[in-house]
Design a protein around this ligand. Structure first.
Ligand SMILES: [Zn+2]
Length: 433
């Protein structure tokens, strides 16, 4: 036993400082690597990891190179699993002019994601708030007149209740009456991916950018429909000592581009999750696991969980061998902890108990929220096939959803390292069950 004196204390103190410094350097180096990966995946060069300018292939190539460098094994000759689906894309710029005034793409407006290729002029039809909220009168008016040369302006700030709003959402989906539909969006503009083309264009205009005195709208949309877009899941594993698997999943696709001028970086959604999977792969390549750990990077999540659904139909190893699956999507913040989808379901009680136990012991995240089942990310197709698994996303910070503003600068990474520790410790504890 050592008796403390001042000299000892100094030696200890210096050692402590030194260790602390080394630890901090290693940790910050990891986070620097994480941030650099998020930066790369969200960069313009990757074109929003979507459907034009080979954004999808470049991203798949990047991830597979990282896996190779880390030493992750492939199940087949390559890391790829190819599948196909139809998609509407926007390879070229178009425009929106209100009274000859060009609006700014991405900032003032977004084209509806199912819009056809079209170049046309419209008169503006702006219902006053009385007509807008009287759907019976509105229907009568439609029966009496022809509106094919008109753009219907739906001001969602003026729709009085949810029923009226739903009426216009239906009108927007199944429009037969108007030439074009313009939605005035009071909040942030949001984009998505469509697997089909509708017969008429939809324009989402930021409400603040709309001139209510406008009489004419002129638009040009250069969309291109692909009946079969070739997509790739990227899949690898680190072998353990048993034939059981723990699986980590994250989708790497995002929304791609709207022409040459607007791209969707998808830093939070889901470059953050991809970076976490690569960090986990780094870790397990140096710390051999008991069960094998598989890493699956899905494509087509934003188009409707297509990559994960395809994978569960054509898995690289039997789904029954998966002990547990953790899907990570939107994990770049964490200022207010995380949420666990499925965590509120009875059959996940024990897993939640373990997560909370680790979180309290190691003093990691401010909180772990739980919610019930939800078909909102790539864990869902696995759950449907009877595979146990959760979906984790981070809480807090100010991020943008499906917006050109979803950039790396908006990510705080406040809970990132804590989540990483939570996950690796969780795997250890469920492995030994
Ligand atoms: Zn996502």
């Amino acid at each position: 036993m050592i008796k403390f004196n001042k000299k000892h204390f100094n030696v200890f103190f210096v050692t402590f400082l030194l260790l602390n410094f080394i630890l901090k350097v290693t940790l910050s180096q990891n986070l620097a690597q994480t941030k650099s990966r998020v930066q790369i995946l969200s960069s313009e060069e990757f074109h929003g990891r979507g459907y034009v300018f080979e954004g999808a292939d470049k991203s798949a190539e990047y991830i597979s190179n990282e896996l190779r460098n880390i030493g992750v094994k492939a199940f087949k000759e390559s890391y790829f699993q190819v599948f196909g689906y139809s998609v509407n894309t926007f390879p070229d710029d178009g425009y929106v002019k209100l009274n000859r005034q060009k609006l700014l793409p991405g900032k003032d407006y977004l084209f509806g994601h199912s819009s056809p290729k079209i170049s046309k002029k419209y008169e503006i039809f702006l219902p006053d708030s009385i007509l807008l909220n009287d759907t019976i009168k509105f229907e009568e008016m439609l029966r009496e007149s022809e509106f094919k040369n008109y753009a219907l302006i739906i001001d969602y700030l003026k729709t009085k209740n949810l029923d009226i709003k739903k009426y216009y959402i239906r009108k927007m989906m199944y429009n037969k009456d108007f030439g074009c539909i313009v939605e005035l969006i009071p909040d942030e503009l949001m984009w998505s991916v469509s697997r089909f083309v509708q017969t008429y264009p939809v324009i989402k205009i930021q409400r603040g950018s709309f001139d209510f005195k406008s009489k004419r709208l002129k638009i040009k949309i250069n969309s291109k429909y692909f009946p079969v877009f070739a997509a790739k899941n990227v899949i690898g594993y680190i072998p353990g000592e048993t034939d059981r698997f723990i699986v980590f999943t994250a989708h790497y696709d995002h929304l791609g581009r709207m022409g040459k001028s607007v791209y969707f970086p998808g830093a939070q959604d889901n470059a953050s999750g991809v970076a976490m999977l690569l960090d986990l792969a780094d870790y397990y390549s140096k710390n051999p696991p008991k069960h094998s750990i598989a890493f699956i990077f899905f494509f087509g999540e934003e188009a409707g969980l297509l990559g994960s659904r395809f994978y569960t139909q054509y898995p690289f190893f039997p789904l029954e061998k998966i002990d547990f699956l953790i899907n990570l999507d939107l994990v770049g913040t964490g200022d207010e902890g995380i949420t666990v989808v499925n965590g509120a379901e009875e059959e996940y009680e024990e897993y939640m108990r373990i997560l909370n136990e680790i979180n309290n012991e190691l003093d990691l995240l401010p909180q772990i929220n739980k919610r019930g089942k939800s078909v909102n990310s790539d864990h869902a197709p696995f759950n449907d096939k009877g595979v146990k698994g959760i979906f984790i996303y981070s809480m807090g910070g100010k991020t943008y959803y499906h917006s050109p503003k979803d950039k790396p600068e908006t990510l705080t990474f406040a809970g990132y390292e804590s989540l990483f520790k939570l996950l690796t410790e969780f795997v250890l504890r469920i492995e030994n069950k």
